[in-house]
Write a protein that binds this ligand. Structure first.
Ligand code: 26Q
Length: 818
């Protein structure tokens, strides 16, 4: 490659500059004397990619030589966001790249802005996978991520007249320098057909004769660790027409139609399904799941066989992690390969399967659990259905021995759900076959044990663990908030916290220091000004950086209660309108920011977005209100937008009804950046309280143990008058669109209000008032902000991954020498 000397690429600005120019000329095919920001981005990315490939290659070679137990992380979603800044920071060449660009007349930040997001995921679960990959690489674990290379990532959200519209995200349009196409790493994946019985060497065995074959081609995405040479692989599969032709049909003369039919194979990896937890039983989704599972397992087993000649060592070398139940067909697939292809016999195969799989669930509600109609599975994957039935029948026999003929319990625990439409319960399959099931926060795990998977917990308590989620401080502080990063390092006197977030506690002793507070405020102010500029450019709304920036950024969902936030804003507006003019100067100015996508078929969530726009329209144009209250909706919320909003937020809302958010990870990113939380005691917030103390946040709302009683009681008795008033304003058309908002209001009144907005409204307003009061005392607020960052170390994904490595996967670091 360009600039290659002494066997490795040099990282000084002069060498980098030469590489960039060579890539401008030979990769981008532009003149080295005349190229724009986007071309500079392409050339720099390719220069960084070369360096990633070097390390990636060394790491893979090293793993191969050492042959440690590896973790295979199977996930249908990875929300990686942009790669350039993250890569140069993890490689330790950020400043050199910036210098090199400077001398060419470019600015690093501007060039980095050219990159689009890789959005191969929906939200929490998908961004968690991305954070965990960063931690796995940084902590030198021998891990590989497997997923799908969707051509269209999560839809782009466009707002027209306040309504959400979805547009396709054709993200590969301008090329993707962060992936390496492996045309020679490809596997055939089978679908449909029949299962035949054959005798081989006097033994009866099953043979799956497929009706369709599709080729899976590997695309490798290097994931660099920070402060280590280790660079691990995220291998994503793309569907291509199979290389095996059906000679018969080609000979019938319909050549053109045959080619077109073959091309249809590619649809499998075309598009990511938006998270719609009720949108199940779709054939294409099932095809995606099996396609990626089959290709990944062929790859894993090939790698294992290169170094081992029988399967005895398989459990010592392979840990398979299922990210939710989405990849759980892997269980049946390993059984099929070991029994039908490797001929290990059922019992030996079963023993292996039971020791290699673990799964993590990200759901709280039983309705959210994945089901696959038996008819669909039987037609697409006939052999897998047989295997699942066999697993279930053995399980049911054992269960009868353990618990007797308790038919209710037996039918609840069965992998097969009987009924008008028979279904396979993927969570039950996973619970039966995995050695461990993890929850994503402590309360989530308690809910799993006492409600969602109670029957299984009573049978196998030892299988249940939890690992509270975490996020990577590399992306969420170092990449997205460089000035706060520098300030932290200055006061701690070290950058070691970037690899060891527990060191952040060192900031506690300076939390009351006037100089740190001054510098902290400055950093935050600059971030807020940057955010204010963006708001004005995007929405035309002018906001003051002196106001409190209050954000709620996450997918739109009823249980996340963006509607509670909006009703609170309406109440605030109503108060300002009705107060005496002389009192208005006592109001703490607020900029309320809401961002998030609604699943395309989720009507209520879409109405919430429209309501936000309708309310914003009214408030932002009311001269009585002026700077005291602004409301802005951030369209197309994604990882890059998060990187801009989070560093500039003063207060953030995590206000789900207790018992509904499995964990929540946005709160952790905001906490790290010194943003105060206004929250309910749900998901990981309960553990955040333990770290920062109740006094350093604004807590409100019904507690977990109160929720079901409140629901049973029916229509809330203590709904405050203010609540009825603000709902009435919406209902009676104060913000227009009266008919359209009717059904939204109906979810709150007339005995409904499943998410208890009415019940929690009073304490919500109190928490908001407490936040106003605290904000006025700048010194106090800044101290709380510093304490938030100082207490965020436990919520690093490094801690989560260390726990998984030790308690669930049984893997150890394997550090590639420099
Ligand atoms: C299911 C069937 C068909 C198509 C799509 C899906 C689907 C896709 C994505 C179902 C669910 C998801 C995503 C779930 C998710 O993001 N859960 C969140 O996971 C976070 C990480 O653990 C938690 O912090 C959140 O609390 C949880 O909501």
């Amino acid at each position: 490659m360009f600039g290659l000397m002494d066997g490795f690429l040099k990282n000084d600005p002069v060498s980098l500059q030469k590489d960039i120019l060579d890539h401008v000329e030979y990769t981008v095919a532009r003149s080295r004397f005349n190229f724009d920001d986007f071309e500079a981005y392409q050339a720099l990315s390719h220069s960084v990619r070369d360096r990633l490939i070097e390390r990636w290659h060394d790491t893979q070679q090293y793993f191969k030589r050492k042959d440690p137990k590896r973790l295979y992380f199977l996930s249908l979603e990875f929300l990686m966001g942009r790669s350039l800044s993250n890569s140069v920071i993890n490689l330790g060449i950020r400043d050199q790249c910036a210098d090199a660009l400077n001398q060419l007349g470019f600015e690093f930040e501007v060039v980095a802005e050219q990159e689009g997001d890789a959005a191969l995921g929906n939200g929490g679960l998908a961004r968690l996978s991305a954070c965990q990959m960063d931690s796995l690489a940084t902590l030198d674990f021998p891990a590989i991520g497997y997923g799908l290379r969707y051509q269209y990532g999560l839809f782009r959200q466009v707002i027209l007249d306040g309504f959400q519209h979805e547009q396709p995200d054709y993200w590969l349009n301008f090329g993707n320098p962060w992936e390496i196409e492996r045309v020679h790493v490809s596997y055939a994946v089978k679908f449909y057909g029949t299962v035949e019985e054959e005798f081989l060497n006097g033994e009866k065995c099953k043979v799956w004769v497929p009706g369709e074959m599709v080729e899976a081609v590997a695309y490798d995405n290097p994931i660099p660790g920070y402060g280590t040479r280790n660079t691990i692989n995220l291998r994503l599969w793309a569907a291509k027409p199979s290389g095996q032709y059906d000679m018969e049909s080609y000979n019938t003369g319909d050549y053109i139609n045959e080619v077109i039919n073959r091309q249809r194979a590619e649809t499998i990896s075309t598009v990511l399904y938006p998270d719609d937890r009720s949108y199940q039983g779709k054939e294409l989704r099932l095809k995606q799941q099996y396609f990626f599972v089959s290709a990944s397992l062929q790859d894993i087993i090939r790698r294992f066989k290169e170094a081992h000649n029988n399967f005895d060592d398989f459990p010592e070398k392979v840990a398979l992690q299922l990210n939710d139940t989405h990849p759980s067909l892997a269980i049946a697939e390993v059984m099929r390969v070991l029994v039908d292809e490797e001929r290990l016999g059922w019992n030996r195969a079963w023993d292996i399967v039971c020791t290699i799989f673990s799964f993590t669930t990200h759901t709280v509600l039983p309705e959210g659990l994945e089901k696959i109609p038996v008819d669909l599975l039987g037609s697409l994957l006939p052999r897998h259905l047989q295997i699942i039935y066999e697993i279930n029948s053995i399980f049911m026999d054992e269960l009868k021995k353990r618990i007797g003929l308790d038919y209710n319990r037996l039918s609840r625990m069965s992998i097969v759900e009987e009924g008008a439409i028979k279904n396979i319960r993927m969570a039950n399959l996973s619970l039966v076959c995995c050695h461990t099931v993890n929850g994503v926060s402590r309360v989530h795990s308690e809910l799993l044990k006492t409600r969602v998977f109670k029957d299984f917990y009573e049978l196998w308590p030892q299988k249940f663990q939890y690992k509270t989620n975490g996020v990577t401080q590399r992306r969420w502080i170092v990449v997205s908030n460089p000035s706060l990063c520098a300030l932290i390092s200055k006061w701690l006197g070290t950058e070691a916290w970037i690899r060891d977030a527990d060191l952040l506690t060192g900031l506690r002793e300076y939390a009351a220091d006037a100089i740190l507070q001054q510098e902290w405020k400055m950093v935050r102010k600059v971030n807020k000004m940057r955010l204010a500029e963006y708001i004005e450019a995007m929405s035309g709304v002018k906001v003051s950086a002196d106001a409190m920036f209050d954000v709620q950024i996450k997918r739109i969902h009823e249980y996340k209660r963006q509607l509670l936030n909006l009703l609170g804003i309406i109440h605030r507006y109503d108060c300002i309108k009705n107060m005496e003019k002389s009192n208005r100067r006592k109001v703490v100015p607020r900029v309320c920011i809401i961002g998030g996508k609604a699943a395309p078929g989720y009507e209520i969530a879409k109405k919430i977005i429209k309501l936000c726009h309708a309310v914003a329209e009214k408030i932002n144009n009311d001269s009585d209100v002026g700077d005291l209250l602004k409301l802005v909706f951030f369209p197309d919320y994604n990882v890059s937008v998060a990187e801009l909003v989070i560093p500039g937020s003063d207060l953030s809302q995590h206000i789900s009804t207790a018992g509904h958010e499995a964990s929540g990870t946005g709160s952790m990113k905001l906490l790290m950046n010194g943003c105060l939380l206004l929250a309910t005691a749900d998901g990981s917030t309960v553990e955040i309280i333990e770290e920062i103390g109740e006094d350093n946040m604004f807590l409100f709302g019904a507690k977990l143990h109160e929720v079901s009683a409140l629901r049973d009681k029916g229509p809330a008795t203590k709904v405050p008058l203010q609540f009825a008033r603000v709902v009435r304003m919406v209902r009676e058309g104060y913000f227009g669109f009266k008919d359209y908002f009717k059904s939204l209001c109906d979810t709150l009144e007339g005995g409904g209000d499943f998410y208890l907005l009415g019940n929690d409204f009073g304490s919500y307003l109190e928490a908001q008032a407490a936040a106003d009061k605290a904000f006025v005392d700048e010194e106090k607020w800044t101290q709380m902000s510093i304490l938030c960052t100082a207490s965020s170390g436990r919520f690093s994904s490094d801690r989560t991954i260390e726990e998984y490595a030790e308690k669930t996967w049984g893997i150890e670091p394997c550090k590639c020498p420099f």
